[in-house]
Design a protein around this ligand. Structure first.
Ligand code: RP5
Length: 175
C-alpha cells in the first residue's frame, strides 16, 4: 500500500526531490514518486489524489517551483495532510514558490517546509513522523535515526574540540 505520495510539478524538479525519496526508502516507507502539475495536468492531479486516497495513502508531499499551486490544488482535494516543498526554480530565487505554498487560505492548510533539498528531506521526515503516530515500528526507527544524528554531532564536536586543544597547545609551545 502506498503510504506517501511525492508529487513534483515537473520532471525538472526531480533532482531536488530525490533526497525525499531516499529518506522514505531508508525508513521503509512505501511511496509513489511522480510528476503531476496543478496547471498543466489538473485532471491527472485530481485523479491521482482520488486513487491514492482510496488506496490508503496517508500523506501528500507536493513540490513545485514558480507559481507553485500544486500543494494547494492537492489540499483542495483531500483532508489528509499535505506537505509543500517550494523550489527555487525561477529568477525570484524561490520566493514566488514559497509564498504560493505557504499562504494558503484558512481551512486548506499546507504544511510548508524549507526550500529545495532541505525541504525535500524534511518533508520525508515529517511524513514519516505523521505515519509513526499509528506505526510503533516506524516510531522506533525514527528514534534510532535521531540517536544517529546525536552521535554524529557529538563526534564532530569532539573532533573540533581536539583540534582546538592542539592549536592552543601548539601556541603555548612557541611562546
Ligand atoms: C513548476 O514550474 C514546476 O514545479 C517547476 O519547478 C517549474 C518549471 O517547470 P518546467 O518548465 O521546468 O517544466 O510548475
Amino acid at each position: 500500500m502506498t503510504k506517501v505520495a511525492v508529487f513534483m510539478g515537473s520532471a525538472s524538479d526531480e533532482d531536488l526531490m530525490k533526497p525525499c525519496a531516499e529518506i522514505l526508502d531508508s525508513l521503509g516507507v512505501s511511496y509513489l514518486f511522480t510528476v503531476t502539475s496543478a496547471h498543466r495536468t489538473p485532471e491527472r492531479t485530481e485523479a491521482l489524489v482520488s486513487e491514492l486516497e482510496a488506496g490508503g495513502c496517508q500523506v501528500f508531499i507536493c513540490a513545485a517551483g514558480m507559481a507553485a499551486h500544486l500543494a494547494g490544488a492537492v489540499a483542495a482535494r483531500t483532508t489528509r495532510p499535505v506537505l509543500g516543498v517550494p523550489l527555487a526554480a525561477s529568477p525570484l530565487g524561490g520566493m514566488d514558490a514559497l509564498l504560493a505554498t505557504v499562504q494558503m487560505p484558512p481551512g486548506f492548510p499546507v504544511g510548508t517546509l524549507a526550500l529545495d533539498k532541505a525541504g525535500a528531506k524534511n518533508a520525508a521526515w515529517l511524513a514519516a513522523q505523521i505515519l509513526a503516530l499509528s506505526d510503533p515500528a516506524l516510531a522506533q526507527r525514527l528514534k534510532d535515526e535521531r540517536a544517529g544524528f546525536l552521535a554524529s554531532v557529538e563526534k564532530a564536536a569532539a573532533k573540533v574540540e581536539r583540534a582546538d586543544a592542539e592549536r592552543r597547545a601548539g601556541k603555548k609551545g612557541t611562546s
